[in-house]
Design a protein around this ligand. Sequence first.
Ligand SMILES: O=C(O)CCC(=O)C(=O)O
Ligand SMILES: [Fe+2]
Length: 210
Amino acid sequence: MTAQVEREATIFSHKGNRIITEDRTISVISKVEEPLIVVLDNVASEKECDRIITTSQDRLERSRIGQARETNEMRTSSGMFFEENENTLIHRMERRLSAIMNVPIEHAEGLQVLRYQPGQEYKPHHDYFKQSDNNRISTIVLYLNDVEEGGETLFPHLGLSVTPKKGMAVYFEYFYQDALLNEKTLHSGNPVVQGEKWVATQWMRRKPVR
Ligand SMILES: O=C(O)CCC(=O)C(=O)O
Ligand SMILES: [Fe+2]
């Protein structure tokens, strides 16, 4: 006898092991089914990763947290946001990430870049806000470089640790009816031990923002 597993519908609805976008074929590497976490390879080329780093590095500031945009010890990295559709590369990345996430680009916040130096981290958090009339619904974190030691994205409730690798990404969503599933997407950026860690994060909102 096979047990029927009833799962809530997800935003991410790609079938098969590949996602074909207008300019790139992305591979599914690993999955947690509920809440859905997907590790993806070949999301960006080495050149695209390098260019996102070089075009953001002069604009980094100490990261700010939450809707009040305060600095605190939760997130010790430095970061910046690209303007929506800022240049050809950013627009291409936004289109590709929107296709992977299966949410129209109008729902996309500006792409965020974070740089962590040794000892820097992002403590466990949810990406959605406690209260918002246009809350975030999903996230993709694109790894822009290889990290020598540390810097994993850790989902403590799921026992899942994702090691940064240039061009790969981790996707997750938290738009479930069942609040417990959303809460299980708690995650952290573990302290970097050696090297630097660069990521680009795309957040999607429930309603259009642009
Ligand atoms: O740096 C990471 O691995 C996670 C980043 C993150 O959680 C975020 O940008 O919301
Ligand atoms: Fe996060």
